[in-house]
Design a protein around this ligand. Structure first.
Ligand code: NAP
Length: 460
């Protein structure tokens, strides 16, 4: 397997890294386990101070960190800077609220007195994707470090410099050795680590295939797992939507991060009355996008994360066309170097066509026309995935009623997608289970210990 920085704008290899040997990985897990036995005794204040120092370092080094993201996976530089800001805010959020979220819950039982105390559980294994190299790691690591757990992290092989930099940030912030450890290993070897007795829980963000592999091992060894997987989010446009504003959000929803967000708008579902107007305006906006260098502030759409990702996406589009889909815009790789794909709109999609079922991870929008609101809800739910969904309508009560009928972990009204530290994030169906961020995210890897206090002479 290769652990490499390859600039997707040029497809040139910049730097290669060695996979760690079993002995090195074993020593690192041993260190993480030893550190856990000390870290779990530290105060919340001590842990919060560390998170705040990491957040501060991130803000100080924002440009440098953002440039490495753009170099390794092609995100527009301005968006990479935004990712660093959000990541720092998540660290600060858990520093500020972690102790309150984890404080004892006093129960009022029928007999005696009792509390629930939140204890840490040990070393956690994180397996993370490349699409938000800092944000994905921080939303898992920050709450768990606050809990008192320690982290070993296998990052995606195409972002090794981001992976090493995150570990370095913790070191520079004076984290004890073993609190946060980067592992350069393959996905297969990450799955094998699940059986290690010192690993007490696993969180994976990535594809269904990787999630299945980790979940199978976790099931075999009875370990808690959180899975944040893919999505095929519907973007529903009702007849009372403000079409011009909706089109603007549709472009952001599909093209943010060069089309590579798990929670991106992927299936555009318009009711008949406004479908033509929406589609023409959407097509015009996408065709005006300036494709190019992600470091250039004038670029609207950069490359995909890797040549392999672009080849895979182009193949999904090609198969969809062969199966009956029509191309309204784009549909091909542009004739230039780099991992590019044209902004694309596919129409005439129906069950059996690849694009109807699979997640298209890039700048390709699937467009559907439906008769009415009920048909939109039915189509939105006709998916294996259930991560996010958007509903555009001027009537908020109506949109809330539609939201109630959508099978997904998150629904956004009059917005394509959103994330912030104090809102829970996660999906249902094949999009995974468990939640990250907010108070829910800090409760995933804790032992909710019951402590009951009785009088010595109480009856049995
Ligand atoms: P991926 O191939 O599954 O990779 C994610 C991570 O899993 C990487 O670290 C990868 O390592 C590792 N991995 C691959 N195969 C594995 C295996 N058999 N066992 C254990 N680990 C394995 O996914 P990706 O292509 O990088 O990311 C895109 C996918 O992630 C999309 O489906 C997207 O929707 C989803 N995603 C979901 C969320 C969410 O919050 N729900 C957020 C972001 C992304 P290598 O890099 O070494 O292969």
């Amino acid at each position: 397997m290769s652990i490499q920085t390859v600039n997707p704008y040029t497809n040139k290899t910049i730097k290669s890294f060695e996979e760690m040997t079993e002995t090195i990985v074993n020593d690192k897990i041993e260190k993480a386990a030893k550190t856990f036995s000390e870290w779990k005794k530290t105060s919340y204040q001590h842990r919060a101070d560390l998170l705040r120092r990491v957040a501060k370092l991130m803000r100080t080094k924002k440009t440098e960190l953002a440039e490495t993201i753009t170099l390794e996976m092609g995100k527009l530089l301005s968006q990479a800077e935004g990712e660093i800001d959000v990541s720092a805010s998540i660290l600060d959020y858990y520093a500020e609220h972690g102790e309150t979220f984890l404080s004892d819950k006093i129960l009022d039982p029928e007999y005696g007195a009792a509390i629930i105390r939140n204890n840490p559980i040990g070393v956690l294994l994180g397996v993370m994707p490349w699409n938000f190299p800092y944000y994905q790691v921080v939303r898992f690591a920050a709450p768990n470090i606050m809990v008192g757990n320690t982290i070993v992290l296998k990052h995606a092989s195409i972002v090794p410099q981001c992976a090493a930099t995150i570990e370095k940030l913790f070191q520079e912030a004076d984290a004890p050795e073993g609190l946060y450890t980067n592992l350069y290993i393959s996905g297969e070897n990450a799955s094998k680590l699940v059986s290690d007795k010192r690993i007490k829980g696993i969180s994976l963000t990535g594809s269904e295939e990787a999630g299945t592999s980790i979940a199978m091992e976790a099931g075999k060894h009875l370990k808690k797992v959180v899975l944040e997987l893919g999505g095929n989010d519907p973007f529903i446009i009702l007849e009372d939507a403000d079409i011009d504003k909706t089109v603007e959000w549709a472009v952001v929803g599909r093209m943010n991060n060069n089309g590579q967000c798990c929670v991106a708008s992927k299936r555009f579902i318009a009711v008949e009355a406004i479908a033509d107007e929406f589609l023409q305006k959407f097509k015009t906006k996408l065709s005006e996008m300036k494709v190019g260098d992600p470091m250039d502030p004038n670029t609207d759409l950069g490359p995909l994360s890797s040549e392999a990702a672009a080849v895979h996406l182009a193949d999904q589009v090609k198969r969809s066309i062969e199966e009956g889909a029509k191309v309204l815009l784009g549909g091909k790789r542009p004739n230039c170097e780099g991992a590019f794909m044209e902004p694309t709109i596919l129409t005439d999609l129906k069950p059996g066509i690849t694009a109807y079922h699979e997640e298209l991870f890039g700048p390709v929008a699937s467009f559907y026309v439906v008769k009415d609101e009920q048909a939109a809800i039915h189509l939105a739910n006709d998916s294996e995935f259930g991560l996010g969904a958007s509903i555009f309508s001027e009537n908020i009560e109506r949109a809330k009623s539609v939201a109630d009928q959508i099978d997904s972990g998150m629904v956004f009204i009059n917005h394509p997608t959103w994330t912030q530290a104090d809102l829970p994030f996660g999906g249902t169906k094949q999009s995974g289970f468990g939640r990250e961020l907010s108070e829910l995210g800090i409760q995933e890897f804790v032992n909710k210990k019951l402590i009951r206090i009785s009088g010595l002479n109480d009856p049995f």
